[in-house]
Every structure is written in structure tokens, then in C-alpha cells.
Design a protein around this ligand. Structure first.
Ligand SMILES: Nc1ncnc2c1ncn2[C@@H]1O[C@H](COP(=O)(O)OP(=O)(O)OP(=O)(O)O)[C@@H](O)[C@H]1O
Length: 255
């Protein structure tokens, strides 16, 4: 018998007043897969990730994470989901990164000593081991973003929801984060990875959903998206095939 998908989204809708953020999406991500979420600003990527993290309730349809209905909220999903919000600044600014992570590890039930050991370990994984004891308000934006990634990895959850984690990162730090996430996927985590950096998807994401206006305008492999590339006077000759494929899908939606 095949196990249920780690992420299972069926006919999901979410409205905010008159505005439709998610207009009926189906999505499946299995253990060990990295699934990229693309789309223009306002397409609904963050709303989808926040719904899966239990922070937003669907208006219709459903979302399940390792079989748990996400309407149970973040508490009901605790230990199952590592969520990296975009531009996350939710850490306690006056205490150190180490103390922040140890605090969150203790919320997950770790004993004090084990919590500090694990906190130091994940800080080293994201390249912040030597800054562990600095107060977070002395860290740069990119360092705080890496702290958010470290927090999501604390308990090795089976599902990782990542919203533009590499947005503020230098290329070396961004590569380190992708390697860490790929290693988690190799160990069985299911990853949903929202990004605007197309160049990072090749050799990283196995599948792509391109959202537009709250719907899935394309779903397939990175190679299949690149194969949608069409020569056009509007596309720069320097744009990669992947970028051209992306733009071709968005143009079809707008047409
Ligand atoms: N709390 C909210 N209240 C009202 N409208 C919202 C709320 N959250 C999102 N929306 C709307 O839902 C739509 C989808 O927004 P969302 O943030 O999910 O897009 P996105 O694809 O993540 O965009 P970006 O690439 O800019 O991060 C937008 O029109 C946005 O204005």
C-alpha cells in the first residue's frame, strides 16, 4: 500500500473579502520530493504555504499535511511542519540566536541541555555557529533569514514549507541553504519551496507548480517548463529557457 502524500491539497480555495487568493488548487508532494512554487507577485503562493502551516483557514476544499487537516492549526501540526516565512523577523531580537532556538526547541519538549546542543548544531549547519551568542538585533537580514531556516530544521520535521528563504541571502549562503534542504529531502522530507529565483531550480526541484491568479497555470518538471520557451521579441536574448518558459505560461494566462 502506498503511503498518503506528505502534502495533499484538494480543490483548495481561500478568499479575503472580495479577493480570491487561492481559486481551487490541487497539489501533491510526497516524502523525499522538492516541489517548487512559482508565480508572479500576488499569485497566492504565500497564502497556500500559510494555509498548509495551519495559519490560514481554507474557504473551501482541504489541505492535509502528513494526513492531518491543517484547520487543526499550528498546534495540531507541531513537529510535523517546518515553516520558513518570507523575510521572517519573528525572532526575539534582544536575546542570542542560540537562546532563541533553544527556547523553540524546549517548546518542542526538549530538555534544556539537549535544546542548547541542538540549537548550536542547526546554527552551525546554516553557517552561524560563530555568531551564535550575538543578540539577534546585531545580525544582518540575511543572517536572520538563516536563523529562520535553522528554526524550521530544529526537529527534522517531515514537511518543510519554505517561502523565498534565499531572497536575502548571498550566493554562498543560498547554496548552503539549498544543500541543507536537499539533504533533508534525501532523508525523506517533503519540501514545498516558493521562489522567484528561477536559476536555483535546475538540479534542485523535481517538480514545479506555477501559480497565477490563485490557480495552477502549469504543473510539471523544471525541464518541461523550460520546454515552453518561445522565441519572442519581448524576451531578452539573455533570458534562460526556463525564464522564457515561465513568461510564456504567464502570457498564455493573461491572453
Ligand atoms: N490577509 C490578507 N488580507 C487581504 N488580502 C490578502 C491577504 N493575504 C493575501 N491577500 C491577497 O491575496 C492575494 C495573494 O497574495 P499572496 O501573498 O498569497 O501572493 P504571493 O504569490 O505570495 O505574492 P508575492 O510573490 O508578492 O509574495 C493577493 O492579492 C493579496 O493581496
Amino acid at each position: 500500500m502506498t503511503s498518503p502524500p506528505a502534502i495533499d491539497v484538494r480543490a483548495l480555495q481561500r478568499r479575503f473579502g472580495d479577493r480570491t487568493a487561492i481559486a481551487g488548487i490541487d497539489l501533491t508532494v510526497r516524502a523525499g520530493q522538492i516541489h517548487a512554487l512559482l508565480g508572479p507577485n500576488g499569485a497566492g503562493k504565500t497564502t497556500l504555504l500559510r494555509t498548509l502551516a495551519g495559519l490560514v483557514e481554507p474557504t473551501a476544499g482541504h489541505a492535509r499535511v502528513v494526513g492531518i487537516d491543517t484547520t487543526k492549526g499550528p498546534r495540531g501540526l507541531r513537529g510535523q511542519v517546518g515553516f520558513v516565512p518570507s523575510s521572517d523577523r519573528s525572532a526575539y531580537q534582544r536575546i542570542s540566536g542560540l537562546e532563541n532556538l533553544a527556547f523553540f526547541a524546549r517548546l518542542h519538549g526538549m530538555r534544556k541541555k539537549a535544546a542548547f546542543i541542538r540549537a548550536q548544531e542547526v546554527l552551525e549547519q546554516v553557517g552561524l555557529g560563530d555568531r551564535a551568542k550575538d543578540p539577534v538585533n546585531a545580525w544582518s537580514h540575511g543572517m536572520q533569514q538563516r536563523l529562520s531556516v535553522a528554526r524550521a530544521l530544529l526537529t527534522d520535521p517531515p514537511v518543510l514549507l519554505i517561502d523565498e528563504a534565499t531572497h536575502d541571502l548571498d550566493p554562498v549562503a543560498a547554496a548552503t541553504v539549498r544543500e541543507l534542504i536537499a539533504a533533508r529531502a534525501e532523508h525523506g522530507a517533503a519540501v514545498l519551496w516558493a521562489t522567484q529565483r528561477l536559476e536555483e531550480l535546475r538540479g534542485f526541484a523535481g517538480a514545479v507548480t506555477l501559480m497565477a491568479n490563485g490557480s495552477a497555470a502549469f504543473e510539471g518538471s523544471v525541464e518541461a517548463l523550460a520546454a515552453r520557451a518561445v522565441p519572442s521579441w519581448t524576451t531578452s536574448r539573455h533570458a534562460s529557457a526556463l525564464e522564457q518558459g515561465y513568461m510564456s505560461v504567464i502570457r498564455d494566462v493573461a491572453a
